[in-house]
Design a binder for this molecule. Structure first.
Ligand SMILES: Cc1cc2nc3c(=O)[nH]c(=O)nc-3n(C[C@H](O)[C@H](O)[C@H](O)COP(=O)(O)O)c2cc1C
Length: 372
């Protein structure tokens, strides 16, 4: 029998059995149509991922309401009209033998999409000097946003997804609620670390209520901010514990509010192979503190690193994004014995997607260029 620290050993998340410890971390691909619906281009990306033997594929982030859309070309989970397309996306992964979670998000104040239309993003608080136009949400709007997350999760279930993941990282609405830098409320939704985490807890409960007690619920949590005065690691760990108590089944650890996430993961020209994965200490700190699986993401490129992290008990799973853009079949290659590191060069051209309307090819820009 394989040991639980073997990357190719199975893991179970609320009854969802995954064949190995690899996750495709959520990756926006810009392929949805103007309404947020899945297109043929999207299906070809997910078909390829489904054939790659990745334990769990997490979709690109899907907005839970029109006011929560971050980018053009983003998937929507905000209306029942999205369900037929989402069904096809889930089926595309299942056909290849894979499992898929829908990642759901509300962008809050961090929405280039709303900004391009001159609409201020709804945010926990109005912060003087913030670069994007935004306005403070009323408590009715907050409650509606909580319900929107629940309804989006229920649609994921109806569409045949195996799980849902809440995007509570990277400076989007959930991160904005957790951070004292962006949440200055003095009502029931802010003021103390516990109240800044109330949105997370209510969303988690609402997902349970609307999508069912048995539907696996993962969180991608911005466990701390890297800007001075932001969410501390201790606060982030407490937030993860509260979400788990409210019904979350696994936590992928990432960054919260602050430009550093982009500077450190994305802006880097190259992540040398020997370098320690970016959020290793934070993920390891969380692992002992919660009774559900944890996933490490950020800068993982080699099977050797994956093995070392799992063997040291620093995480239960490993997630990758850019490596799978270049090589959707990476896990299959490693499983077959070719253990050379991922071919991703960390050139970060894939991030151009966040500022151009061009959809991401199912292979990366470098590859695209070499084939042209
Ligand atoms: C093109 C692109 C799109 C991304 N879209 C998302 C997304 O939709 N949701 C999310 O949580 N993270 C998103 N990310 C961040 C990744 O999931 C991941 O956290 C980050 O790239 C670090 O992991 P890596 O070093 O394996 O790429 C995206 C990254 C890239 C490169």
């Amino acid at each position: 029998m394989k040991s639980v620290t073997d990357p190719f050993s199975p893991i179970s998340i609320r009854g969802m059995v995954l064949p190995n410890r690899f996750m495709r971390s959520a990756t926006h691909d810009g392929s949805a149509d103007e309404s947020g619906a899945v297109t043929e281009k999207s299906l070809s990306i997910y078909r390829t991922l489904g054939e790659g033997d990745i334990g769990l594929v997490v979709s690109g982030f899907a907005f839970v309401s029109e006011m929560g859309q971050a980018l053009p070309g983003q998937y929507g989970a905000h209306s029942d009209g999205m369900i037929p397309g989402l069904k096809r996306m889930a089926a595309a992964v299942h056909t290849g033998g894979g499992r898929i979670a829908l990642q759901i998000v509300h962008a809050g104040a961090a929405s280039p999409h709303l900004m391009s239309r001159g609409v201020p993003g709804p945010a926990p608080s109005r912060i003087e000097g913030r670069s994007t136009a935004h306005r403070e949400m009323t408590s009715d709007e907050i409650e509606a946003a909580v319900r929107d997350f629940g309804a989006a999760a229920a649609r994921a279930r109806e569409a045949g997804f195996d799980a849902v993941q809440l995007h509570a990282a990277h400076g989007y609405l959930m991160s904005q609620f957790l951070s004292p830098l962006t949440n200055r409320r003095t009502d029931g939704w802010g003021g103390s670390p516990e109240k800044r985490c109330r949105f997370h807890v209510e969303v988690t409960r609402q997902v349970r209520l609307q999508a069912g007690r048995d539907f696996p619920l993962l969180i991608k949590l911005g466990i701390m901010d890297d800007d001075p005065g932001g969410t501390t690691l201790a606060e982030g760990l407490a937030a993860a514990q509260r979400m788990v108590q409210a019904g979350a089944d696994a936590v992928e650890v990432s960054a919260g509010v602050g430009g550093d996430f982009f500077k450190r993961t994305v802006g880097r020209e190259c992540i040398p192979e020997a370098e320690k994965p970016l959020f290793l200490d934070r993920t390891a700190a969380l692992k002992g503190g919660i009774p559900v699986p944890t996933a490490l993401v950020g800068g993982i490129r080699s099977l050797e690193t994956v093995r070392a992290v799992l063997a040291a008990g620093q995480a239960d799973m490993v997630a990758m994004s850019r490596a799978f853009i270049r090589e959707p079949g990476l896990v299959r290659r490693w499983a077959a014995g070719d253990v050379r590191p991922a071919r991703c060069l960390v050139c970060n051209q894939c991030y151009r997607l966040l500022s151009t309307p061009e959809p991401l090819p199912s292979y990366c820009w470098q590859e695209h260029r070499s084939r042209a």
